[in-house]
Design a protein around this ligand. Structure first.
Ligand code: CA
Length: 222
């Protein structure tokens, strides 16, 4: 799981990032709205943790813009970190599109628990994925092509799941590395090709995963 952490506190930001990396998350740290936006234009995050008081703007504006600005890729879940514990501020955060909030000061254990809960909710929300004659049940880790059940390894399953989430879009080998291999792994783009060729063999013909020259791969919806 890849997390965008937006926190301008020079002590807290790096400490939280280190703690989350130790929990095997991939973490990108931004200290300003501008840095966060740059990362959100270029990456798909599973969860964004946003501090609201930032030196160049209000994190709440960023939460609102995630819903409306086509240049920003909306993370699957948004957690707001805020010192503002007034009820109005919490309601405003949730109304603006945040999925959860955590009031400062919080313990690291509480942050880690909230992130686990958000990740679980994100997975449950799309437990059943479909693309053409492909079906995938993320809760039971089973996959089918038409009536035929596919025997996939955990890595092949993760790769297919990611491609199905992004069906119709070109996905680069680097994106697959970011999302299918965790931060603790020591992957190379060659291993993407190895897993992909096994996955293609198991999916059979006609092959639903196209190679997009110079870009990467695309799962065709039909
Ligand atoms: Ca702050």
């Amino acid at each position: 799981m890849r997390i965008l952490l937006v926190e301008d506190d020079r002590d807290l930001g790096p400490v939280l990032a280190l703690g989350l990396r130790n929990e095997a998350y991939a973490v990108d740290l931004a200290a300003t709205c501008a840095e966060a936006e740059e990362l959100l234009c270029a990456n798909d995050f599973d969860v964004a943790c946003l501090d609201l008081g930032l030196p160049d703007g209000d994190g709440m504006d960023l939460v609102r813009r995630l819903a409306t600005d086509p240049h920003l890729r909306r993370p699957r879940r948004v957690l707001v970190l805020t010192a503002r514990d007034a009820v109005d501020d919490r309601v405003a955060g949730l109304d603006a599109g945040a999925d959860d909030y955590l009031v400062k000061p919080f313990s690291f254990r509480e942050l880690a628990a909230r992130l686990r809960a958000l990740a679980r909710r994100a997975d449950e929300a799309d437990a059943l994925l479909e693309a053409g004659d492909l079906r995938l049940d993320t809760a039971t880790h089973r996959a089918w092509r038409g009536e035929r059940e596919l025997e996939l390894t955990a890595r092949e399953f993760s790769m297919l799941r990611y491609l199905m989430h992004r069906q119709g879009e070109a996905v680069s080998a680097e994106e697959l590395l970011e999302h299918v291999w965790d931060a603790q792994a020591d992957p190379f783009t060659a291993s993407v090709r190895v897993i992909l060729s096994r996955l293609r063999r198991k999916l059979g013909e006609p092959g639903p995963i196209a190679t997009v020259t110079g870009v990467g791969y695309r799962l065709e919806a039909s």
